[in-house]
Ligand binder design. Sequence first.
Ligand code: HEC
Length: 137
Amino acid sequence: MRNHISVKIAAVAAAFIGGASSVMAQEATGEAEYMTACSTCHGAAGMGKGPLAELMTVPVPDLRGLTVANDGEFPLLKVIHIIDGRTGVRGHGTSMPVWGNQFKAEVEAEMGPYGSETYARGKILSLAYYLESIQEQ
Ligand code: HEC
């Protein structure tokens, strides 16, 4: 419990560094990004029934059960690592894009390298907050 709270505080601090004004704003950004990058596989409601899901060789998980699977606590830091994909925490099979690199590359193409890492992390954090908001308790 204590650990979870300190992770949350760190995440909120990171959100401020990223320039976001509130957790609510993060969730809204995360939802928009989810619709663009994730819903094709995980489904519009996170239920794992996106149009690409049936083309995958591995089952696409329902993302609303992460809290239940983790004894009632949303595994925020783990989810951040899974989405990022650069830190070796498993979650996405090898056929999955590494979102950390992908988001960074998107920003670099538009604005150059300065700040692209911060921006990519902000996107990942927003996605994690959005996923937290759709958990079934
Ligand atoms: C190409 C299809 C595809 C896309 C697009 C995709 N995912 Fe996944 N995702 C998967 C598959 C398949 C798994 C299960 C991987 C495994 O078992 O190795 C998974 C697993 C996960 C998990 C771990 C779930 C668990 O129960 O441990 C999370 C969290 C996740 N995805 C979030 C996202 C987010 C956020 C995005 C958008 C940025 C995204 N995914 C985009 C196919 C996809």
